[in-house]
Design a protein around this ligand. Structure first.
Ligand SMILES: NC(=O)c1ccc[n+]([C@@H]2O[C@H](COP(=O)([O-])OP(=O)(O)OC[C@H]3O[C@@H](n4cnc5c(N)ncnc54)[C@H](O)[C@@H]3O)[C@@H](O)[C@H]2O)c1
Length: 262
């Protein structure tokens, strides 16, 4: 069965660690995707990564995760742009710019002014108040959190964050899209008084405790990580996870986010 669905036009804003990977996953799932970034260097890096990166299409074909024909088709569905013109015809917009509330609010104000009435807006924020982003967009019922885990090509969680005002049909649209991407959607409610949703709040507590354990001299950082990997099957330990979040997980890129967990 073809995964092609010409009706779903997605704009991903931000072509960094997360945005480039999210755009790749959505294109692989059959969406027509425009990945936007104001940095042309970043766009060029993203275009390279989605093909040649550690989790890019080339290696997916080598590892028989994807046929060469499907990889080519996905590649053709993904384009890059240094402006937001594509927002006007988007069904879904996924924002993945740095974790800065003022920057995200300014971006969503612009997106809200450009997008169609029926658009669904999603933010990949790690923990900023979704309700504030929704207000900035001027569409309090049409914006929700769609928190991806890194690397987005690999990790299965789609943490979908609703506010008190989010429309059920916006949630249904994103949930269905996440399933098409091969993800496991879990719907959570936002608590705007707390930083983060579920994944990062619980992870943050683990990192805090791991740092305390290290400071007490109970075990080295490497041993703490090894213990959590060995004991609970974590893919990486709590003290290594931040490095991957900011640098990307490949051997092929640098990143700029150091604020994932604040
Ligand atoms: N890195 C992770 O592991 C991870 C995981 C989950 C969620 N997140 C969240 O995802 C978001 C993006 O994180 P990242 O690690 O991909 O950041 P990044 O710094 O790698 O990429 C952000 C990109 O956004 C671009 N950008 C900035 N302002 C822009 C604007 N106004 N218009 C268009 N492009 C703009 C930058 O040029 C950059 O390429 C953040 O909110 C972060 O908290 C990150």
């Amino acid at each position: 069965m073809s995964t092609e669905d010409r009706a779903t036009q997605v704009v991903v804003i931000g072509a960094g660690v997360m945005g480039s990977a999210i755009a790749q996953v959505l294109a692989t799932a059959g969406c027509h995707v425009v990945c936007c970034d104001r940095s042309t260097d970043q766009l060029a890096a993203a275009a390279r990564l989605v093909v040649h990166g550690r989790y890019g299409w080339e290696r997916a074909v080598e590892r028989a995760k994807l046929s060469a024909a499907d990889a080519t088709a996905a590649r053709l569905r993904l384009t890059f742009a240094d402006d937001l013109a594509a927002v006007a015809s988007a069904d879904v917009v996924v924002e993945a710019i740095p974790e800065d509330l003022a920057a995200k609010m300014a971006l969503f104000a612009e997106v809200g002014g450009r997008a169609a009435d029926a658009v669904v807006l999603a933010s990949n924020t790690s923990g900023l108040p979704v309700v504030a982003l929704a207000a900035a967009a001027g569409r309090p019922s049409r914006l929700l959190g769609w928190h991806w885990s890194s690397p987005a090509q690999v990790m299965s969680l789609a943490e979908i964050v609703r506010t008190e005002l989010t429309d059920d049909d916006a949630i249904a649209t994103v949930t269905e899209l996440a399933v098409r991407c091969g993800k496991h959607p879990v719907l959570v409610r936002e608590n705007p008084q707390a930083w983060g949703f579920v994944a990062n709040r619980v992870l943050r507590a683990a990192i805090r405790e791991a740092r305390l354990v290290e400071a007490e001299g109970v075990a080295s950082a490497a041993d703490i990580d090894a213990i959590m990997v060995g004991a609970f099957g974590w893919p990486v330990g709590p003290l290594s996870v931040l490095e991957g979040a900011s640098e990307g997980w490949g051997d092929d890129r640098g990143g700029s986010v150091s604020t994932l967990l604040g």
